[in-house]
Structures are given as structure tokens and as C-alpha cells.
Design a protein around this ligand. Structure first.
Ligand SMILES: O=C(O)/C=C(\CC(=O)C(=O)O)C(=O)O
Length: 296
């Protein structure tokens, strides 16, 4: 990839949301890119973004009315978590993170990640983002994580069943990115949502992110786009039924989005549509992420 291919995947001037998040609200799924001069991208990166560093992330946080971030290591940085750790360090305690690690990582290096604010590791099964996802090695490292950590898993709905034995064997809580990417056009009782509910019912320590209407209800995926009505209809019942284990995040800077880049203000305005009461909103934005990421 050449430098000319560096993409801008975020909105230049997101609107101010109509919805005001409660005090202490956490954006529990976002990323940083670079800056590249300081934190080069992985040689295996499948996309090469422009810089979107901590200053931009924290300015967006304040603009949208949030107080904290959970920064998830994006695939473009591979297993070098330096950019994520740098952003956490600059947040003055207002950010924690999820790392992507080489499964052979030492105990001392895991502890160093913990000291830097990491509270989980991410396994990414999207073929367009990573070359391989070795389940046996992932399982081995999942068995020796620091106390209180969890595993974040990113997969698409068509491999949920295939991943079940692997996920069932993970001995720490699971957090599923973007609900495992169901086809929201099928509605709240569609096959994908039914399968995801069965999975959630199999264990009480499976959490999920009610995130990414912009990806799941995109025009290019056959959806209707912003204001993402199919997403709201399909996801609201899931949030209501599993309200103690659901998280929310912007997904800024929206890795890889080259068309239909979402207005982050509009993403925030999805919150009251999927969590209509103040109690649900407090769980989604404050209580649940604080339990997972700021328990200590
Ligand atoms: O940011 C997300 O949550 C989704 C991504 C990017 C990603 O996961 C990564 O680069 O690691 C995607 O669907 O391309």
C-alpha cells in the first residue's frame, strides 16, 4: 500500500446530537489510528487510514457528551498496541482499552498491558481484516489472562455456529462486537437474531455491543442507511431483554468506511431508539461498561 491510499473514514464535522447522554457515559467501542509517524501501521494492515489520534478522539468525546472511552485495538495496528496505550495514557484515566496480542505473549507483557489500562483482548475472525485466526492459540492465551479481563470477539453471523465450540471453551466473559453482525433487515425475530439470542442464553457472561447501525443497515449491504430504521427495530428488543450485558460505542473513526461515512451525532441519536428509558440508558452507557472496564 502506498501513502496515497490512506483513507479518511470519519465525518469531518459531526452534528451535535439531540440526545444528551447521562453523566459518566462511556463510548465503549472506538479506535485510534496512529499518528503514523509515531506509531506505524502493521505491514499486514488491510486498510491504511489517515491519522486519527487521541486529541481527535477526545474532542469528539466531548462534542458528543461522553466522559470516557474504551479504545479497541484496530486491525491496522496488528499486535503492536503502542498507539492504543498512548491514547489511554493521554486520557488521564478517562480511557481503558482492548488489545490484540500475539498469542505467545508472556505473562509479564500481559501485566504491562494491564498496567497500561488494557482489560481484554480481541479475536478478529473477519477474513477481510486478518490473514489468520488460530483458534487453538487463541484458546491457550485466553486461559492465562490477568484477573478481571475478558475476550472480545468479532465475527459475522454466518460463522456463529462454527465458532460455538471455540467460544464455549473460553473461560472468561465474552464481549461480541456488533452483535456478531446480524442481518437487521430480517427484523427482531429473524434467523440471525434468534441464533444470537440462543447463544446469549447459553451463558450469562456473554456481553454484546449494540453498535454499528452504519455498517449493519448500510445501503451498500441492502439496508436503508441513515436513520437506520431496520437497525432500531431489530436491536431495541435485544437491548431490553439483555439489559445488564449490553454496551454501546461510536466505532469512531469507523475503520474502512469509504462510503456512507456516518455522522457521529446521528449515531448518538440512535441511543434513545434502542434504549428508550433513562434506566436502560444508564445501564447501557454507564453501569455496564463501568463493570467491565473500571471494576478496579
Ligand atoms: O472497527 C470495527 O469495529 C470494525 C471493523 C474494523 C475492525 O474491526 C478492525 O480494523 O480491527 C470493520 O468491520 O472493518
Amino acid at each position: 500500500m502506498t501513502d496515497q491510499n490512506r483513507i479518511i473514514s470519519w465525518h469531518a464535522n459531526p452534528s451535535k446530537p439531540r440526545y444528551t447522554p447521562p453523566p459518566g457515559a462511556v463510548d465503549a467501542h472506538c479506535h485510534v489510528f496512529g499518528p503514523m509517524a509515531q506509531f506505524p501501521f502493521s505491514a499486514k494492515a488491510k486498510y491504511l487510514p489517515q491519522d486519527a489520534g487521541p486529541d481527535m478522539l477526545f474532542a469528539l468525546r466531548d462534542h458528543l457528551g461522553f466522559e470516557r472511552n474504551v479504545i479497541v485495538q484496530a486491525s491496522c495496528h496488528g499486535t503492536d498496541n503502542a498507539a492504543t496505550l498512548d491514547a489511554i495514557a493521554k486520557s488521564k484515566g478517562k480511557a481503558r482499552g482492548v488489545a490484540v496480542v500475539d498469542p505467545a505473549i508472556s505473562e509479564a507483557d500481559l501485566q504491562a498491558l494491564h498496567d497500561g489500562g488494557i482489560r481484554g483482548i480481541r479475536f478478529n475472525f473477519l477474513k477481510r481484516l486478518v490473514d489468520d485466526a488460530p483458534k487453538d492459540k487463541f484458546l491457550e492465551v485466553a486461559q492465562r489472562l490477568p484477573k478481571g479481563w475478558h475476550v472480545v470477539i468479532y465475527f459475522e453471523a454466518d460463522i456463529l455456529e462454527e465458532l460455538r465450540p471455540f467460544m464455549d471453551a473460553i473461560p472468561v466473559p465474552l464481549v461480541i462486537d456488533h452483535m456478531g453482525r446480524p442481518d437487521v433487515r430480517q427484523g427482531p425475530d429473524g434467523a440471525d437474531m434468534k441464533a444470537f439470542r440462543a447463544f446469549l442464553n447459553s451463558r450469562e457472561d456473554i456481553w454484546f455491543k449494540a453498535t454499528c447501525p452504519d455498517r449493519l443497515d448500510a445501503i451498500k449491504e441492502g439496508g436503508a442507511g441513515d436513520p437506520w430504521n431496520a437497525f432500531a427495530d431489530a436491536v431495541a428488543p435485544l437491548v431490553a431483554d439483555y439489559q445488564d450485558r449490553v454496551l454501546w460505542g461510536t466505532d469512531w473513526p469507523h475503520p474502512n468506511m469509504d462510503t456512507e461515512i456516518p455522522d457521529d451525532g446521528h449515531l448518538v441519536d440512535m441511543i434513545p431508539r434502542i434504549a428508550p428509558t433513562e434506566e436502560l440508558q444508564r445501564k447501557l452507557l454507564v453501569d455496564n461498561p463501568m463493570k467491565l472496564y473500571w471494576a478496579d
